[in-house]
Ligand binder design. Sequence first.
Ligand code: PBE
Length: 268
Amino acid sequence: VAGGNVGEQVDHKIIGIDPGAGLMKAAENAMKEYGLDDWELVEGSSAAMTAALTQAYKEKKPIIVTGWTPHWMFSKFEMKYLDDPKGVFGKDEQIHTIVRKGLKEDQPSAYAFLDKFEWKASDMEKVMLDIADGKKPEEAAADWVKNNEDTVNKWVEGIQPAPGKKLTLAYVAWDSEIASTNVVKTVLEQKLQYQVELSQVEAGPMWIGVSNGDVDGMVAAWLPTTHADYYKKLGSTVEDLGPNLDGTKLGLAVPTYMNINSIEDLKK
Ligand code: PBE
C-alpha cells in the first residue's frame, strides 16, 4: 500500500455508481456530514465501480467504493464497511415490490405472484455471485429457480397461469436488481406462462414508469430510506406490495487490507 494519508492514496476519490441511486445521495450527505470537502464522489455505474474495485483488489491498491448489501463483492473480496458513527447511511431497510395501479384488476395472476414474492439476502447473493462469475443473468436466474423448486412453487401456488399475457418490469442495472428482476421474470415465464419484457432504465424513470403505468412493476424499491425521495413524490400514485427482501445495508466499503475503519478516518 502506498504511503501518505488515505486521501492522498486514493486521490481523494470515492468510487460511486449511477447518479440516480439513493446510495449516491447518501454518500454526498456523508461527505458533508464528515467534512470531506476536498473529496470527490465519482459518478459512473454499478459495473464501472465493480470493475475499478476488481482491478484495485488484484493489485492490492487502496480504493474506496460506495457499497451495499446484498452484494457479491463481500463474498468475492475481503471487504469491510467503514464505520458510520453519525448514522448517515441509515439503518437496515427492505427492498419492496411496487406495481402500477390497476394491475390487480388487469393482471390478477402476475399481481398475485408479485405480492407473494419474497426471498432472503442469501438467495439474492447466490444469483449475483453466479453472474459475477460469468453466468448470463437469465442463466443464473434459471439455475436458481431450478435449485429452489419448493420456494418457487410456494410463490405461485394456486395462481392461474396466463398464457401469452405480456408484462413489463423496470429495473436499474444494479447487480442486486439484475439478479432479482431476472428471477421474477423467469418465474413469471416458466410457471405462469407470461411473456415478460425487462426495461432497463435509471432510478428516476423506473419509479416514474410504474407511476404513469408505462411499466407494470418493479422489485427494486429500497425503502424506507434509500428511495425516500422517489417514494415521497410518487408513492401515492403506485401500489406498494411490501418487502420482498429484508436486511440490506449501505455504506462506504474498502478492502480489508486498507488501514482505516471509519469514515472519520478519511478526514486525517
Ligand atoms: N443500490 C442498490 C440502489 C438500490 C439498490 C443500493 C445501489 C440505490 O442506491 O438506490
